[in-house]
Design a protein around this ligand. Structure first.
Ligand code: COI
Length: 356
């Protein structure tokens, strides 16, 4: 069944028969890593004319020079996207072109070559289909795809690495938070910032995430689900959660911070804004003072990993505020619509779905 790393890329259909599932308990997966069968790997050519044709290889460790740019200077980007198995067996991706574009924009900021949109989507398709038996049954989660762009070439002085790798791996996932789909409890971080003006908060570089660990671990140890960051200039405006974008609802108006370089331009964020407008809500992208967030009817997070996650309460200094959640909430309505488009229960009028 397995192909060695020396073997040529197998054709999609040879890899995995259609009705075969991996032998795992589909009801017990969360967001932990479950290793799958294949990963896609390609490198830049010596001539520096972009990425060569990639190959599916058996999933496993990669060899890196200790002086690889990504290890020494954090020259790396990642993406997150999901492959979904519908009731009729159709496998779909959601807006993969958006992830390809975001990687391209990030690569420019990080002085890296990027795969073309066609290469990116083809790599994700190949990796999805090669790991088809790991795509959860309908309604039991999705196959999380993790494209990565890494400066793998050796470099000692600070500078762009001389060689790059584009890699895609996959893991079946369901709920991101241990709370499952239950409302989250957020802690407003006062000591640490996530992103600064002119920094890299607006791209998906790996170096945005390591510094978020200490506040996250501290908040989790106090029983919170995640950390909500404020802007680094005034410490007054809401920015984002370490794992997702943030929205608030007041009456018929939904507000979310604007994309101005410190906030990750989430694909789910962008999609939920469109869905909400189509459903008749007034959506504003504007600076949201934390004081206003504390007066909202509802708060929710959006992201590929978290989906549309209701926030049940927020703690700011010593004040704890509770929000509406549940079946009659706006976030629930948005989540249902978003999932119905992905699952094929609502017509995809915008061309967001890519069938495999
Ligand atoms: C995603 O939502 O795909 C992300 O990359 C967020 C990450 C913290 C899991």
């Amino acid at each position: 069944h397995f192909y060695t790393s020396q073997a040529a890329s197998p054709a999609y259909s040879q890899v995995c028969s259609d009705d075969e599932y991996a032998d795992i308990d589909w009801d017990s997966i969360g967001f932990g890593l479950t290793p799958t069968d294949y990963m896609y790997v390609t490198k830049t050519s010596q001539q520096d004319d972009g990425f060569t044709e990639g190959q599916l290889k058996q999933y496993g460790n990669i060899e890196l020079s200790p002086s690889a740019g990504v290890l020494n200077y954090g020259q790396g980007l990642f993406e997150g996207m999901k492959a979904i198995r519908r009731e009729d067996g159709q496998i779909v991706l959601f807006r993969p072109d958006e992830n390809a574009l975001r990687m391209k924009v990030g690569a420019e900021r990080m002085c890296m070559p990027s795969p073309t949109t066609t290469q990116f989507i083809d790599a994700v398709k190949q990796t999805t289909l090669a790991n088809k038996r790991w795509i959860p049954p309908p309604g039991k989660g999705s196959l999380y795809m993790r494209p990565m762009l890494l400066g793998t070439g050796p470099i000692l002085g600070l500078g762009p690495a001389p060689e790059y790798m584009f890699l895609v791996y996959a893991s079946p996932v369901r709920n991101y938070f241990k709370e499952g789909s239950a409302p989250l409890s957020l802690y407003v971080e006062q000591e640490f910032d996530r992103a600064s003006r002119g920094g890299t908060g607006g791209i998906k570089t790996i170096s945005n995430y390591g510094p978020a660990l200490r506040p996250l671990v501290k908040a989790k140890s106090k029983g919170f689900s995640d950390v909500l960051y404020l802007d680094s200039v005034d410490g007054k405006y809401v920015e984002e959660v370490s794992s997702c974008n943030i929205f608030m609802v007041k009456g018929n108006t939904i507000s979310t911070p604007p994309i101005k370089g410190t906030i990750l331009p989430g694909v789910t964020r962008k999609s939920i804004i469109e869905i909400a407008r189509d459903l008749g809500y007034n959506v504003e992208e504007r600076p949201v003072p934390v004081e206003e967030l504390l007066e909202a009817d509802e708060v929710f997070g959006t992201g590929t990993a978290v989906g549309v996650a209701p926030v049940g309460c927020i703690t700011h200094n010593s004040r704890r505020v509770e929000y509406r959640t549940g079946d009659n909430s706006v976030s629930k309505r948005l989540l249902s619509t978003y999932m119905a488009i992905q699952n094929g229960l609502l017509e995809d009028k915008k061309g967001w779905i890519v069938e495999l």
